[in-house]
Ligand binder design. Structure first.
Ligand code: HEC
Length: 388
């Protein structure tokens, strides 16, 4: 029969092609022609549940997505385990160092190491979440009035609520401590990193809490799969199979306790403490940069704009998004106030060498001097005499 016959022929051809590919692979081990048989190499942190783990019995959300993805692409999977502390440094060493082909769970933003890193479409939304005992109504930011709210030191939620006298803040040092504060009755609500809250709720607290995702500036982002910019072909193939994996991904989110459902929106006005939006100073600049980011049109201050992106990608984690920080010691809007003419020198020395004993990492291996200049240009636009 015709079709059957041609089928055999095709498979024989494929076998021959495979042999040729093997032969080629013997001579040139990294031959792209052997691509089909090559494992999909994933970079992941071995100890970062609910996202990733090197334990085969509990691989984590990202690793299981990677496994499903590899299967859909007809490739085996391989791992490059790398203990990560700082996102961008890890991406530079692993993904851009060609130790792996894809990294699952990067923030899908051109600002995140673009154009060196390219992205798949979004597969999940991640962010901070409100956590409270089941049965107690959670109504976004308004529902927090009069409540004791656990927030992590130097986090976006702490910054957001800093100006709210009607909300009592309970400062904690980790999402784990936030959950404990709830459990011990020291807080009514915890406003903490959602995936970790969900994971702990599931694994340590018998699912006693309800968890509502939030969204807004610095509160949430789209998670995607990142590739080196040369991997457009792989990226396109991944994008082609991602839609059929949505069901699997949704089931995995439930398996690992990740918060799902409609997020509570926190407005941009609440994100900016009083004082930063008045007059023609820092507030005006900030508004202009937000517009520039959205339209990609305004080239008024490209260095400051680039610096702001680096800052929000790496430094905001401790120093606050857009450098808005209620803790004076790490409020970088006070650099000029504090150091005057020595501002630039102090900045330069601190970002290069860090202050390791005080919790400020050294960044000289991570950024170029041009990038430090850009960050400094951004910080110049937000200087202020006080932080309240
Ligand atoms: C892990 C948290 C963390 C991250 C991330 C971080 N910093 Fe810091 N940074 C600190 C801490 C804590 C201090 C205060 C050290 C001290 O008490 O002297 C500090 C101090 C500084 C200072 C000196 C402030 C002063 O008034 O003396 C500068 C400048 C600075 N950081 C810039 C940056 C930049 C730029 C980035 C991003 C590239 C960054 N930091 C990322 C924790 C961090």
């Amino acid at each position: 029969m015709g079709p059957n016959h041609s089928g055999i022929g095709a498979s024989r051809n494929r076998a021959i092609a495979g042999l040729l590919a093997c032969a080629a692979a013997l001579i040139v081990p990294a031959s792209p022609h052997a691509d089909e048989a090559q494992p999909l190499r994933l970079c992941a942190d071995p100890t970062n549940l609910p996202f990733s783990s090197d334990s085969p019995s509990q691989p984590g959300f990202y690793v299981e997505i990677g496994q499903a993805l590899a299967q859909a692409l007809g490739r085996p999977v391989a791992y490059d385990w790398y203990k990560s502390y700082f996102g961008k440094r890890t991406v530079r060493v692993t993904l851009l160092g060609k130790q792996c082909d894809a990294m699952i769970g990067l923030p899908r933003s051109e600002d995140f190491m673009g154009p060196a890193v390219i992205f798949s479409s979004t597969f999940a939304k991640e962010g901070y979440a409100l956590v409270a005992p089941k049965g107690q109504a959670l109504n976004g930011v308004d529902g927090l009035k009069g409540k004791r709210v656990a927030v992590q030191f130097a986090s976006t939620p702490q910054n957001l609520l800093a100006g709210r006298d009607d909300i009592q803040k309970v400062t904690v040092l980790s999402p784990e401590e936030g959950m404990q504060a709830l459990d011990q009755g020291k807080a009514d609500v915890a406003f903490i990193w959602g995936p970790v809250a969900g994971w702990l709720n599931k694994t340590s607290y018998d699912d006693r809490y309800q968890i509502q995702l939030t969204e807004g500036e610095g509160l949430s982002w789209d998670a995607a799969i990142g590739f080196a910019k040369t991997s457009t072909e792989l990226r396109d193939r991944v994008d082609a199979v991602l839609p059929q994996l949505q069901g699997t991904i949704a089931a995995l989110a439930v398996k690992y306790g990740l918060p799902t459902g409609q997020p509570a929106r926190f407005g941009a006005t609440q994100a900016m403490p009083a004082g930063t939006t008045t007059g023609t100073g820092p507030g005006a600049t900030q508004t202009a940069s937000v517009v520039a980011t959205e339209t990609k049109g305004d080239a008024a201050a490209p260095a400051a704009e680039a610096g702001k992106e680096i800052f929000n990608g790496t430094c905001a984690h401790c120093h606050g998004p857009d450098a808005i920080q209620s803790e004076r010691k790490i409020d970088l809007r006070l650099l000029r106030h504090r150091y005057g003419d020595d501002m630039r020198d102090t900045f330069w020395k601190t970002v290069h060498e860090g202050r390791p004993t005080k919790g400020m990492p050294a960044w000289k291996e991570v950024f170029t001097d041009d990038q430090f200049d850009h960050i400094f240009s951004f910080l110049l636009t937000v200087q202020s005499e006080s932080n309240d």
